[in-house]
Design a protein around this ligand. Structure first.
Ligand SMILES: [Zn+2]
Length: 145
């Protein structure tokens, strides 16, 4: 008897959730931010962090149970694109730093990263200012060697 009700409840929940936004990547991120605020609040005993944490968690629940799926999906797409850019920029900066270190340790060559296609370009040192053409994408730029 009880099992029947639980199953009915489950079916209802599944039906309700199928028409809701649910947990997407953006919600996971919002939840994480809220969680971090709560952790900070635990250590600092400042009520303001509890408030921030509560705001983020509330925001997350509002998105989870939102019926405006299209709008929530658009928000998530923007977030995913933004996060993709963040990851790509971080990789690009890492590569530039790596090539700078390599340039310093290499006595004969200087290493550049093409700003448009991320191709690594090697140039002999001591040529002063030179116009460089990327062999991969054809972009040209002035570099000092
Ligand atoms: Zn290039």
């Amino acid at each position: 008897m009880l099992k029947k009700y639980i199953n009915m409840f489950r079916e209802d929940m599944r039906y309700v959730m199928s028409r809701r936004c649910g947990l997407d990547e953006l919600n996971n991120f919002i939840m994480l931010i809220g969680f971090i605020f709560v952790i900070i609040a635990l250590f600092t005993h400042k009520w303001i962090f509890v408030l921030f944490g509560a705001i983020f968690v509330t925001l997350c629940y509002m998105r989870v149970f939102s019926t405006n799926i299209d709008k929530r999906k658009t928000e998530n797409d923007v977030y995913m694109r933004y996060m993709g850019n963040v990851v790509r920029s971080a990789d690009y900066i890492k590569l530039i730093v790596k090539m700078k270190i390599r340039s310093i340790s290499d006595k004969e060559y200087v290493y550049f990263v093409c700003s448009s296609c991320k191709q690594v370009i090697r140039l002999p040192k001591g040529k002063n200012k030179v116009s460089v053409r990327c062999p991969k994408c054809g972009a040209t730029f002035i570099k000092k060697t």
